[in-house]
Structure formats: structure tokens, C-alpha cells
Design a protein around this ligand. Structure first.
Ligand code: PEP
Ligand code: MG
Length: 750
């Protein structure tokens, strides 16, 4: 291969840039580019393959291959050498292409005479656009410098594609990024359907000039931006040091090391030497490191990917001056699209949003809990949507199915609107039941309460017709802050919650942190299995200061009103007894300090581990109430992680084995003075709720949107009849009551 130096590369990049402003359409530009690259690299062939859709690459321009193959030769992702480059995101260099594993002979191209092959991916941060290939007759492999040089060129081609350079006269034949309808299959975070326009939480940084004219100036710009980035990270480190949180500081320290990495800086400077602008150099390194780390199975390395993305994005924003606030106006009916989002940020957007779509997230995540409180559909695990969506794109979110349609076809949009209209009609019907009791046809009452955790939940208390709050998850207040809230703050907040409840009972559950609920200001515990680790009451009893502060705040907030307190995750009676003693001691202390005590105080335990179904009777006698936390109870009963999408739906809540456990708890409570409720997610699923009620669970606490559907069903049913149906199924040897209950519900009609 002929020797090329930095100035050749710079010349080539400049010529590529000039082709951007030259007259002509997209195809003309692609043709010109392949010609320029082959000329500059001294190769017989240069070809550009672009993605037509997520799985298909199309030869879109070529210097040296037969013209009739352009737009006719197609390869699937992973197919042939080109497909391999696209899949791996890594270069492939060989002096003997036909001898390579996976080589696919494409006779229409006439490429059989070219032995040497070098392909590099055309990619832009997290987005695969295509493959750039040079080929040559001589059978020597390309040099490291050639590879590096071609990667730099591919970066410029990627930026040109992003700027729309290849759209134009033949656009009907060209793959157009961000134009076609795209569907994303993710998971359900929160049910519901919404139509709106994309609003990106972190809008893409647009690099308008990928080519740098003056390497000295570009390097100076890069160094200044890195200096600014270091100041920013140092400040983060200092803030982390201020808290007593060693591990958080450790993560920050990793960030700091990253910003001081000589090799990172050196690689970017070398890119600039070859003709890239400072911002294109940052993107190139980000893309390449991403491609490498994405293949890593090691979760530690994948976390580093996030660090790299965060820092590179910040560096790009410094260089381009594009902040999160790009001046774009939030569209009507905004649907938030983000890689991930914290609960506090989501709350900031508040009720403006019509829906949320995340690339990451989980059902039990705090963002999901906030989305639930805001009653907006949420789809999680929508892979790569932030690379594909642009601000303002039309979007449909189907939270029930976990599906998102971006830039949908008219027929899809029309079907979707029908679905939304049907849901609205059902909501109307439920609203008519708001002031009616949840009573079956024989007059048996079931008390329906709601779950809450944020002030934003409370308007639903009146709106849904809930008879109280059966579970107030107090940890959400802790999760949405950057520091431990003060006692006075908490007392004021709990008082507002009680005010808003207007005399309806509110069951405050003391802090359930640990497991997936990690406080940003608390040292994360490196536990192999956090769901079974140091969480909830275990933390409360070991770190009594926080639990005591919370109990004091609750007592002060009640100020002579009735107070309900529930301790989470009790796994043996002694834990409940210790927590109860702590509460009694606080009551005594508060009284001594002159505070008015609650007029009535009811204390209960959450039953979330199978062990408690078999606790001594004295435990049940010692509780005013018990609430079954079905989410945790089910995960421990079936040994199936509630956060793991693979196993979470595998086991049936209505299996007779789980129902027998519930019956055991119902019997134990009936034989004691403790009243019983169920407050896991299953209480909000109509078939499950109806089954629980038939088995004798007469108080259910659920998300507010479920109260209407559950009440509607209970009012049409006869709980005694249903109990007989369930018994008959059990006697007949059915593994689950689901089928029998579902058939019973069908017989009820609507
Ligand atoms: C439960 O486990 O069912 C429950 C209601 O508690 P959480 O979902 O907050 O763990
Ligand atoms: Mg729980």
C-alpha cells in the first residue's frame, strides 16, 4: 500500500467536507466520496454500505466494483465480511479476503480479483450506520496507519450522514436515518397508552463540522474543554467527599482518573492530526470504546461505558456550546425519551408528560414508581431508541404491551387511536362508580385503598374513590433528594399527606431502603443478593437514628390525629417486637418533650417472607394489622426475582400453592385480633383481586388507576359463588385457580 501521511489525510477530509457544500444530490456525494477515498488511499476499490433497515446493509456507492451491483447487493447483519464488521463494530483487515471465515462471494460485484480487504464501521455513538470498505488486488494486508486513517474517514462519513448529506435526488433509494417508521419492543413499566411527540431528555449533540482546518487550534480547543471538564469532575468529587459516602466518592474518583487519562487525550490528539475537528475526535473515541465495551459481559466494564458516555457527552456539550437547553420548544403532548432517568428529574417534568420511554429502567425502579404516581404509560428496555428518535417525532407508547411506534404509519396510528378511545370510554364508566362501594351482588364489602408515596399521588385519593392509603412508601421522599431529609421537613410533609387525606386512614410504612432502592447519599452495600440483604427493617434496627427520626416526624405530623405505622419486611417476630418497642419509647419521649400524641395509634407489620405465615400466634396477636406485600412474598415463595424480566412472570399468583399460603395467613389473622390487607401489585389486577376477595381478603391496596376496574368487577360478582368455583377447581386437581376464575368472569358478562 502506498505510504500516506497526516497531510494526505487532512487533504482528503477537506475534500470530503467540500463535497458537502458541492451541488448535487445524496448519490452524487456518495459517488464523489468513494472516488476521493480510493484515490487518496491508493486502492482500486472503495465502497460504502449503509443500513436499509436494522438488519440489512446495502451497497450504496462504489468506486471499482461493478456499477450494476450498487443498490442491488445486500447483506444481512453478520453476513459476509462486511456484515461481520457491522455486527462487531470493529475493523476487519486481511490480505486474503476469500480465505476469511464467513467470506461471501457476490458475483455481481466483480470483487473476486481483489484480495486485500479493509472494512471499518461507520458509526456514531451507539448508532450503526454502515460499513466503509477499501479493497486492493495485492495480497498484503493494510497497515495499522491505514486502518487508523480509514476509521477517521469513516467518522467524517458518519457525521455527514447525520447531517443529511446523503439525502437528495435519489432519496427514494437511499436509506434515510430518522425518517422511517420504527418499532421498539420493550417491557411494561406502567400500563396505559399515549400518543404524542418525542421530547429527548438529553438531546443529541449535533456536530456541524467534523473536519478541522487547523490541528493546532483544534488541539487547543480540546485541551481547554478537557480542563473545563476536569474542574466539573473535581467539583463532583469534592461534593462526594463532603458526604460520608466512601463508595460514591470512589465512582467519582474513577471519573476523575478518566478525565486525566493520557491515552484518551493522546488518541484524540492523533485523530485531530489526521484532520478531525475536536468534537469529531471525541465522538470517534467514544464510538470505538463503546463498540469494545459493549461486547463485555462484565457488569463493571458496562458501568464504565456509562461513565464514558456521560463524560464524552459533557465534553461535546462544552465544545459545541450545546446545553441540555437547546432552545427547542417542548412539543404538545410530550413523550419523554431517555436512556434512563432519576425519579427527581422525572418529577421535575411532572404532569406535562403524556408518557415515558426508557432504554434501561426496570419495573421496580423509582422512575417506574413515579410514572405510576403520575399515571402515565412507561415503556422500559426500548433498546437504542435515543439514537433513533428526534425531538418532535410522532410517537405512540403502548404501556400495556411494552411497545413503542416511532414515526408510525397512518394505519398503525389509527388502530392505536381506537385503543386509546376504548380506554377512555372504560375510564368514564369507572368514574361513574367512584362513590359506590366495592360490594358484591350479595352485599359483601371489600375495602379498596390506594398505594402512594409522593405528594403527586394524593389528588388521586379523591379522584379514584379510594377509601384510604393502604401503603404510603415513605422511602420515595428519601430517594428523590440529594441528602437525608431533616425531621422538620419530614414532619411537615407527613402532615400535608394527612391533611390531603381528610380523615381517611393513611398507613405509613417506615423506610424500606436497600435492595433496588439505593439512596444516593448512603454508602451502597456491595451485596451479592440485595433483595435478601440488608434492607428495610434490618437497616432500621441497625441504624436506629434514621428510624427514630422518622417515627418522631410521624408522631409530630399526626398532632393528635390517628396514626397508622407499618414496619416493612418483618421476617421473624423479634424484629417486629424490637420495632414496636422503639416506637413506644419514642412516644414516651415525645410526650415528655411536650408534643401532643396521636389520638389513636395502630401498628402493623408487612408480611413479605413465607416465614411469617408460620409465625407463633402471639405475633399475630401483637399486631393491630398485617399487610401482605405480595411483590416480595411472591418473589421469595417462588425464588423468582421480581426485577428480572426473564423470570418475573413465570409463576402464577393464582397457583393453588401460593393461594394456600395466602389462606394460611388469612386463617391466622382471623384467629387473632390483627386485621389483614394485601398491598402488592397483584391487588390491582382485577382477576387476582377478585380471587383474593373470594378467599376472604377484604382489604386491598392498589395503584389508584386500578380501583375502578377492580370495583367494577367485584360489583358484578358473587364472592361466595366464586369461592365454590375455586374449591371445585382445587378438588379437580387444577394447578391454578386462574382458568376457573377467568371463566367465571366471562360468564358474568360486562
Ligand atoms: C411488596 O413487596 O409487595 C410491597 C408492597 O412493597 P414494595 O413493592 O415497596 O417492596
Ligand atoms: Mg416489599
Amino acid at each position: 500500500m502506498p505510504h500516506r501521511d497526516d497531510s494526505d489525510s487532512r487533504k482528503l477530509l477537506r475534500r470530503l467536507r467540500d463535497s458537502l457544500s458541492a451541488p448535487g444530490g445524496g448519490q452524487d456525494r456518495l459517488d464523489a466520496i468513494t472516488h476521493e477515498i480510493a484515490d487518496s488511499m491508493g486502492t482500486e476499490v472503495c465502497s460504502i454500505y449503509l443500513f436499509r433497515d436494522a438488519d440489512t446493509l446495502e451497497l450504496c456507492a462504489s468506486e471499482g466494483l461493478r456499477p450494476e451491483s450498487v443498490h442491488n447487493t445486500r447483506l444481512r447483519l453478520g453476513e459476509g465480511l462486511v456484515g461481520r464488521v457491522a455486527r462487531s463494530g470493529r475493523p476487519l483487515n486481511t490480505g486474503n479476503a476469500p480465505a476469511q471465515p464467513g467470506f461471501r462471494y457476490m458475483p455481481e460485484t466483480g470483487e473476486e480479483v481483489f484480495s486485500a480487504f479493509l472494512g471499518v464501521p461507520i458509526q456514531r455513538v451507539g448508532e450503526k450506520l454502515g460499513v466503509l470498505v477499501v479493497q486492493s488486488r495485492d495480497s498484503r494486508a493494510f497497515t495499522e496507519d491505514d486502518i487508523y486513517g480509514l476509521e477517521v474517514v469513516a467518522m467524517v462519513v458518519a457525521e455527514m450522514a447525520e447531517l443529511g448529506a446523503f439525502q437528495g435526488s435519489q432519496s427514494d433509494r437511499m436509506p434515510l436515518a430518522h425518517r422511517f417508521p420504527a418499532m421498539f419492543r420493550g417491557g411494561t413499566g406502567q400500563e396505559g397508552a399515549a400518543e404524542g411527540r418525542v421530547w429527548l431528555h438529553e438531546p443529541r449533540v449535533i456536530v456541524t463540522n467534523p473536519v478541522g482546518d487547523d490541528p493546532v487550534r483544534e488541539k487547543a480547543r480540546l485541551n481547554e474543554a478537557i480542563a473545563e471538564l476536569r474542574i466539573y469532575v473535581d467539583r463532583l468529587v469534592a461534593d462526594a467527599d463532603m458526604g460520608a459516602d466512601g463508595d460514591h466518592a470512589e465512582v467519582m474518583e474513577a471519573y476523575r482518573l478518566f478525565t486525566r487519562s493520557r491515552s484518551w487525550l493522546k488518541r484524540m490528539e492523533a485523530d485531530i492530526e489526521l484532520g478531525l475537528s475536536a468534537e469529531a475526535a471525541v465522538e470517534k473515541e467514544q464510538s470505538q470504546t463503546r463498540a469494545r465495551l459493549e461486547q463485555a459481559a462484565d457488569p463493571y466494564l458496562r458501568d464504565r461505558l456509562h461513565d464514558l458516555d456521560d463524560l464524552s457527552n459533557r465534553l461535546l456539550r462544552i465544545l459545541t456550546g450545546q446545553g441540555r437547553d437547546t432552545g427547542a420548544e417542548m412539543p404538545d403532548k410530550p413523550i419523554l425519551v431517555a436512556r434512563n432517568i432519576g425519579p427527581a428529574e422525572l418529577l421535575d417534568y411532572g404532569r406535562k408528560l403524556k408518557g415515558v420511554v426508557l432504554e434501561e429502567g426496570s419495573v421496580g425502579s423509582h422512575a417506574a414508581i413515579v410514572a405510576r404516581a403520575l399515571a402515565i404509560p412507561l415503556v422500559i428496555h426500548a433498546a437504542r431508541i435515543t439514537s433513533e428518535a428526534l425531538n418532535g417525532d410522532p410517537i405512540l407508547v403502548d404501556g400495556d404491551m411494552g411497545i413503542v411506534h416511532l414515526r408510525p404509519e397512518d394505519t398503525v396510528a389509527a388502530a392505536f387511536r381506537d385503543k386509546i378511545a376504548m380506554q377512555a370510554a372504560a375510564q368514564q364508566r369507572y368514574a361513574g362508580l367512584r362513590d359506590q362501594p366495592a360490594e358484591d351482588r350479595a352485599g359483601k364489602r371489600v375495602e379498596l385503598q390506594m398505594n402512594a408515596g409522593l405528594m403527586a399521588d394524593l389528588p388521586s385519593l379523591a379522584g379514584s374513590g379510594a377509601e384510604g392509603v393502604g401503603l404510603f412508601r415513605t422511602e420515595l421522599q428519601f430517594l428523590t433528594r440529594t441528602h437525608v431529609p431533616r425531621r422538620a421537613e419530614l414532619a411537615a410533609l407527613y402532615a400535608r399527606v394527612m391533611d390531603a387525606a381528610q380523615g381517611k386512614p393513611v398507613v405509613f410504612r417506615t423506610l424500606d431502603i436497600g435492595s433496588d432502592k439505593v439512596l444516593p447519599y448512603m454508602k451502597p452495600q456491595d451485596e451479592p443478593n440485595p433483595a435478601m440483604g440488608w434492607r428495610a427493617i434490618r437497616v432500621g434496627l441497625d441504624k436506629r437514628g434514621v428510624l427514630r427520626m422518622q417515627l418522631q416526624a410521624l408522631i409530630r405530623a399526626a398532632k393528635g390525629r390517628p396514626l397508622h405505622i407499618m414496619f416493612p419486611f418483618i421476617a421473624e417476630p423479634s424484629e417486629y417486637e424490637a420495632a414496636h418497642r422503639l416506637l413506644m419509647a419514642e412516644l414516651g419521649r415525645e410526650q415528655a418533650l411536650g408534643h401532643v400524641l396521636p389520638s389513636d395509634i395502630r401498628v402493623g407489620a408487612m408480611l413479605e417472607t413465607p416465614s411469617m405465615a408460620f409465625a407463633p400466634q402471639s405475633f399475630f396477636d401483637g399486631c393491630d394489622f398485617i399487610s401482605i406485600g405480595g411483590n416480595d412474598l411472591k418473589q421469595f415463595f417462588f425464588a423468582a426475582d421480581r426485577e428480572n424480566e426473564r423470570v418475573r412472570r413465570r409463576y402464577d399468583t393464582l397457583s393453588f400453592s401460593f393461594l394456600s399460603l395466602l389462606e394460611q395467613v388469612i386463617d391466622r389473622c382471623n384467629a387473632s385480633r390483627a386485621s389483614l390487607s394485601f398491598c402488592g401489585e397483584d391487588a390491582g389486577r382485577p382477576i387476582e383481586a377478585l380471587t383474593f376477595a373470594a378467599l376472604g381478603l377484604r382489604r386491598l391496596s392498589m395503584r389508584p388507576a386500578s380501583i375502578g376496574p377492580v370495583k367494577h368487577l367485584i360489583r358484578r360478582a358473587n364472592l361466595d359463588d366464586l369461592r365454590e368455583v375455586i374449591e371445585a377447581a382445587r378438588q379437580a386437581g387444577a394447578p391454578s385457580a386462574r382458568r376457573a376464575v377467568s371463566e367465571y368472569v366471562v360468564r358474568l358478562g360486562s
